[in-house]
Design a binder for this molecule. Structure first.
Ligand SMILES: C[S@@+](CC[C@H](N)C(=O)[O-])C[C@H]1O[C@@H](n2cnc3c(N)ncnc32)[C@H](O)[C@@H]1O
Length: 188
């Protein structure tokens, strides 16, 4: 059991933010998607995953589990089976209140995922993702820092540190992978 969904909800509550339409990139078994859909009865959620790609650990079994856990939410759960980059093309620019990125955690992929999904977020919406504090996934922090610099916020993912505990430089906790988020502001 992960607590990612609860942590995203805590972040949204702290921001007084109620999402109407969003996307989770990297769904696995759909636990986080189901948490969000259950919490927000008006939410429509795009669930993007490459399930079954040979380079990946997650396949048909995980897809079936994901489909099952979001079945109670009917058409509000929109499953997009394919790569993050390819699936971003079916979502309209500026149409999402938030995007949560938790797919391939390499530097290159995190950068690419941010590049393709950022335009999909509306002004005032949030782009966010998992594993900013995870020492096993250094590419996440590197890509996110490069893209958003000091404007990025970091919260607990429900591990042992408390919400809004900022990491000390060089100090990481194995039990708290961390969620990063950035608010998309109007830019000319
Ligand atoms: C860490 S799991 C996601 C966990 C999920 N967010 C949760 O909270 O339970 C990563 C998922 O990303 C998917 N994935 C990896 N690379 C991807 C890509 N390029 N495009 C889409 N999905 C990808 C994998 O198939 C896997 O299911």
């Amino acid at each position: 059991m992960t607590r990612i969904g609860e942590s995203i909800i805590k972040i949204f509550e702290g921001l007084d933010f109620i999402p109407g339409i969003g996307a989770e990139i990297g769904v696995w078994q759909g636990e986080t998607s189901a948490k969000l859909l259950s919490k927000y009865p008006e939410l429509k959620l795009y669930m993007v995953d490459i399930w079954g790609d040979k380079s990946n650990y997650s396949g048909e079994k995980e897809k079936q589990i994901a489909k099952k856990v979001v079945k109670p939410f009917g058409h509000r759960a929109v499953i997009l089976h394919g790569s993050s980059v390819r699936m971003s093309q079916v979502v309209e620019n500026g149409s999402l209140d938030f995007v949560f990125i938790d797919a391939n955690h390499s530097y290159k992929s995190v950068k690419e995922d941010n590049e393709v999904w950022y335009p999909k977020v509306c002004v005032g919406g949030y782009i966010m993702g998992h594993d900013y504090l995870n020492p096993k996934r250094p590419g996440v922090k590197r890509a996110v820092d490069e893209l958003y610099g000091d404007s990025v916020f970091v919260c607990s993912d429900g591990g042992e540190t408390r919400l809004n505990d900022y990491p000390e430089p060089g100090v990481h906790s194995d039990v708290d992978c961390g969620i990063w988020y950035y608010r998309k502001e109007y830019r000319v």
